[in-house]
Write a protein that binds this ligand. Structure first.
Ligand code: SF4
Length: 460
């Protein structure tokens, strides 16, 4: 999130917007503001509501602000890696909030260390902060140099003395949008943040663009030559909030289309369509509409337990599932159920849910998944780092069906996925296909474990 809101409480607007973006990360949250060149920052571990209060928000004065909610991809979940990261430079303060993951972070890290730049964290965000600080020229020039060196996913908001910049990588992996608010402008990962603070969507930041928000208004420059567009399909399937808009389409509507495609492709005889709430709900509605099978709730989700997928360890994820769902026995008893989920990543949730439904009296449980089987890790900002963790990485569909105890199991095909997205290009599908949008040398490197990558760079 980034904002220039002249005469307004930029930090408070950022605080509300971060609430809307809470689903993107629950490990830490932070806001940095610039008040005539004095930077104020507050960040902490946990949810936005627990990190901020009236007392600390009131210290965050200034018309310019950037904010972040974190879940870790590169670097651990601790406070050290919380964002925004802010340093002092010869040209004034510099703050940065990053959504994504740099695939060449080990090389960039080594270059900085060789130049004598000390690093305090294990995150790729700190690398970018120091690359910006250590390059000559104005901020626009420095950002362009950074864009020419960084590879991978980076949607950034950058805070300086008198401006906020938004940057989107040349592939456009992660979303970034520009909005207008009462004489000011906003940048955010998703449009749902705009709705919360009364901002109006202007447009997406295009791949390779730099947007500058300042007293002169909005200035947009092409900071890097766009590559073949590779917007993350998983944002549409799972990650983004359903009330956000991507590519002109409401995410909720896209997810209903995914469910309809799934029903056409993998029909099943059943009495009820039941979603895995909340993320599987629109897909299940679409499945029910297309199949004509009645839709009902069969699982109640405890809304006070966070998203299991983005918890940082497997142990926390497993504990999360048991705390998170309870079955609705009256709805399920004696029924043949189609359980519709948006995706199966590690398979941590599906098996216990199928068992829960059977214990509640369902006579059959058929699982339908509104995206293709995830066979390959993501290196572009979604935490699927280890191939061993992916249930479809080393099992056939039949083996997964047995593993989760379902009567039948089907995943959406890539073709159907693309039909639902109403396009056949412009998306990254690497976690379903293993076809990464990078050159072969980089791809070889991606296949190495982080330890092997570091060994390559450090030569031992
Ligand atoms: S690999 Fe999958 S999760 Fe990662 S950017 Fe591509 S589509 Fe998104």
């Amino acid at each position: 999130m980034g904002i220039h809101a002249p005469g307004k409480d930029a930090a408070r607007l950022t605080f509300f917007a971060l609430h809307a973006l809470q689903h993107r990360g629950q490990e830490a949250a932070g806001i940095a503001t610039s008040d005539h060149g004095i930077v104020n920052i507050h960040k902490g571990q946990g949810l936005v509501s627990s990190v901020f209060n009236e007392a600390n928000l009131s210290t965050l004065t200034g018309d310019f602000a950037i904010g972040h909610t974190r879940y870790s991809t590169t670097g651990g979940p601790g406070l050290r890696n919380a964002q925004p990261q802010v340093i002092e430079t010869l040209d004034g303060p510099l703050g940065l909030a990053h959504n994504g993951n740099l695939i060449n972070a080990p090389q960039l890290r080594r270059e900085l260390l060789e130049r004598g730049t000390g690093l305090q964290t294990s995150s790729d965000t700190e690398i970018m902060v120091h690359m910006l600080a250590g390059t000559g020229g104005d901020w626009l020039t420095r950002i362009k140099v950074l864009m020419s060196r960084a590879e991978g996913a980076f949607a950034l908001t950058i805070l300086t003395r008198d401006a906020v910049y938004g940057v989107r990588d040349p592939w456009g992996f992660r979303p970034l949008v520009i909005g207008e608010i009462d004489g000011g402008h906003v940048l955010a990962s998703e449009t749902c943040a705009f709705s919360t603070i009364g901002a109006r969507l202007v447009r997406e930041v295009e791949p390779g663009e730099i947007v500058k928000l300042s007293a002169d208004g909005v200035r947009v420059e092409q900071g890097a030559v766009p590559k073949k567009r590779a917007f993350c399909t998983f944002e549409q399937i799972y990650f983004s909030r359903p009330d956000s808009v991507h590519g002109g389409n409401l995410v909720h509507s896209t997810r209903q289309r995914l469910g309809r495609e799934l029903a056409r492709e993998s029909p099943v005889e059943a009495d009820l369509v039941v979603p895995v709430p909340d993320s599987g709900t629109p897909h299940a509605v679409g499945f029910a509409q297309e199949s004509g099978i009645p839709y009902t709730e069969g699982l109640i989700k405890n809304r006070y337990v966070g998203r299991t997928f983005i918890e940082p360890t497997q142990r926390l994820r497993e504990a999360g599932v048991a705390m998170k769902f309870n079955p609705l026995g009256d709805n399920l008893f004696g029924k043949r159920v189609v359980m519709v989920d948006d995706s199966i990543v590690r398979g941590t949730t599906s098996g216990p849910l199928v068992a829960m439904m059977r214990e509640a009296g369902a006579t059959e449980v058929h699982v339908r998944v509104a995206c293709p089987a995830i066979t390959d890790p993501c290196y572009m900002g979604v935490d699927m780092a280890s191939p061993d963790e992916l249930i479809a990485g080393h099992r056939t569909v039949e083996e997964i069906r047995r593993h989760i105890g379902a009567d039948s199991l089907a995943f959406l095909s890539i073709d159907a996925l693309m039909r639902a997205l109403e396009t056949d290009e412009g998306y990254c599908n690497a976690c379903f296909t293993g076809d990464y949008p990078f050159e072969s040398e980089r791809f070889v490197q991606l296949r190495l474990s982080p330890k092997e990558q570091f060994a390559r760079v450090w030569g031992d």
